[in-house]
Design a protein. Structure first.
Length: 113
């Protein structure tokens, strides 16, 4: 029978991976939105359209800190599992989790996790 600790490790690793990716997507979306707003201004679009696009930009920007908070929490949870399950250290899933933590830390504003 499969070790339930491995299942938990895989799930938490997936959560960290997903949240890190989600943060990057929101940042890319914000950049695209900034470019769209600039294009609208250059084309002389209606002020209402520009304001609406700025609202969309603000929504994307608000999601970045939210993702960072969730990511920091998920990293801490995964780190706790790794620290408490040292007997799994030789397994590939354990090594993957360690690598995902290191990669995900780059998405945090202060990398003191």
């Amino acid at each position: 029978m499969a070790d339930p600790r491995l299942k938990t490790l895989k799930i938490k690793t997936g959560v960290v991976r997903r949240l890190a990716k989600e943060k990057v997507v929101y940042e890319e979306e914000a950049e695209q939105q900034r470019a769209r707003i600039e294009k609208f201004k250059q084309e002389g679009k209606d002020e209402y359209d520009i304001r609406k696009q700025e609202e969309v930009l603000q929504e994307s920007l608000m999601m970045v800190p939210d993702c960072q908070r969730k990511l920091a929490k998920a990293i801490e949870e995964l780190k706790n599992i790794i620290e408490n399950e040292l007997d799994l250290k030789d397994l590939e899933d354990y090594q993957t989790a360690v690598k995902i933590i290191e990669d995900a830390k780059l998405q945090l504003p202060n990398q003191d996790c």
